[in-house]
Design a protein around this ligand. Structure first.
Ligand SMILES: [Zn+2]
Ligand SMILES: [Zn+2]
Length: 148
């Protein structure tokens, strides 16, 4: 049964809403970019089709192209409180990666996969049986795990 999920930034200016079949599964990324961007050990994201996401509050966009020029990511953040809310990537057209901690129901989410574990911080333990990859996961494999 379809339901609406909602979330937004810390100050409330940027808000989003999406209709989903069930609460999306989440993956953690331990890559250096994610660590730097979040100022934390890893990021947690869920993926939605871009057409499902309705956004208000005019997030600001930060563009970053990889050194080889192969892909550009577009990070959307609140211009007031600087919370990073979601991003798109030229390599994944039509999809958005939403920062899972911005969801109003973030406490109900489950991390079902970990990528870039070769950069994992000591002390963070991946539970037995949770799929993980030392570097980026092949897109189809990650999507399959997330859609379980
Ligand atoms: Zn804000
Ligand atoms: Zn990452």
């Amino acid at each position: 049964m379809a339901e609406a999920i909602e979330g937004g930034c810390r100050c409330g200016r940027v808000r989003y809403r999406a209709t989903v079949e069930k609460l999306p599964n989440v993956y953690a990324c331990h890559c250096r970019d994610c660590q730097t961007r979040s100022g934390s050990a890893f990021t947690v994201n869920f993926i939605l089709s871009e057409s499902r996401l309705e956004v208000t509050g005019e997030p600001q966009v930060y563009e970053r192209t990889t050194p080889d020029g192969a892909r550009t990511s577009y990070q959307r953040a609140c211009p007031v409180c600087f919370t990073r809310v979601y991003s798109t990537n030229s390599a994944l057209p039509g999809l958005v990666g939403v920062r899972a901690g911005t969801l109003d129901r973030s406490d109900e989410l489950e991390v079902v996969a970990h990528i870039w574990t070769k950069r994992i911080m000591d002390g963070i333990v991946i539970p037995d049986g949770v799929p993980n990859w030392r570097e980026g996961a092949p897109r189809d494999e990650l999507v399959a795990v997330l859609s379980r």
